[in-house]
Design a protein around this ligand. Structure first.
Ligand code: G3P
Ligand code: CA
Length: 246
């Protein structure tokens, strides 16, 4: 396999989640501070129709509460502590609203927003377009559900979308193209330089995930992916010889 010189974008997965609690404002701030090339997050909806950033369907793992995100009102959800499970230094950190991420990041750093809940496409579009700086935001919407992405493209054809897959099958090309989806997002270990080149030739960008080691960072750079999400963005930036702000 020949090594390529393209240096992929380092996208902080759930923010800089190695140094701050995942999917919180401190993690997003840190990702920006260190100079990540992008920030990835996960969006869901509260019982009363607010878009919030949390990975799991339940609050149990990353807060001091219990239950489904969709069973909490925003007020109830905001009363939870989403920081102390990570470190007592983050006690009192709350689950952020999508609008708070936009306040912090819109127009400053590319965002990857993974749609984790069904039927929120219209609300997502409205939240972003009604935000004072939402139109400045460089956003790629991703999902493991092609249905969610197709629904989003149906109401918002200009939205950039990336399809998260566990296997990057070329059988997907016609369907994705027909849906206006131009990015494929496979796990890094499933990719070769030949596959990346083939996807590029088809007009797709390739963004990898599940990058857990420096060897995987090196693999991503060697095979020419356009970017990857990673839980240790600062180390990945350093490893790739990119500028790190502190
Ligand atoms: O970057 C893709 C990745 O975010 C998908 O997996 O479980 O972290 O949402 P997950
Ligand atoms: Ca995600």
């Amino acid at each position: 396999m020949s090594e390529k010189l393209a240096i992929p974008a380092v996208i902080a997965h759930r923010g800089a989640c190695d140094t701050a609690p995942e999917n919180t404002l401190p993690a997003f701030r840190e990702a920006m501070t260190i100079g990540s090339d992008g920030i990835e997050t996960d969006v869901q909806m509260t019982k009363d129709g607010h878009l919030v950033l949390i990975h799991d369907a339940r609050v149990d793992r990353t807060t001091n509460g219990e239950g489904l995100v969709s069973n909490f009102t925003l007020r109830e959800l905001r009363a939870l502590d989403a920081g102390s499970w990570f470190s007592k230094n983050f006690t009192g950190t709350t689950i952020p609203l999508l609008s708070e991420l936009l306040d912090l990041c819109a127009g400053q750093i590319p965002l990857v927003i993974e749609i984790k809940a069904k039927g929120i496409e219209q609300l997502l579009k409205e939240n972003i377009l009604h935000h004072p700086r939402g139109r400045e935001a460089n956003i790629t919407f991703t999902s493991f559900s092609l249905d969610y992405l197709v629904a989003l493209k149906g109401i918002w054809p200009e939205a950039h979308c990336g399809y998260l897959v566990r296997e990057p099958s070329f059988n997907l090309v016609p369907g994705l193209r027909a849906s206006g989806i131009r990015q494929i997002c496979p796990p890094a270990k499933s990719l070769t330089s030949e596959a990346v080149e083939a996807w590029h030739k088809e007009g797709f960008t390739v963004r990898a995930w599940d990058v857990k080691t420096e060897d995987m960072v090196r693999h991503c750079a060697a095979i020419g992916v356009d970017g990857f999400t990673v839980n240790f963005p600062k180390k990945a930036l350093i490893f790739l010889g990119k500028q790190v702000n502190r």
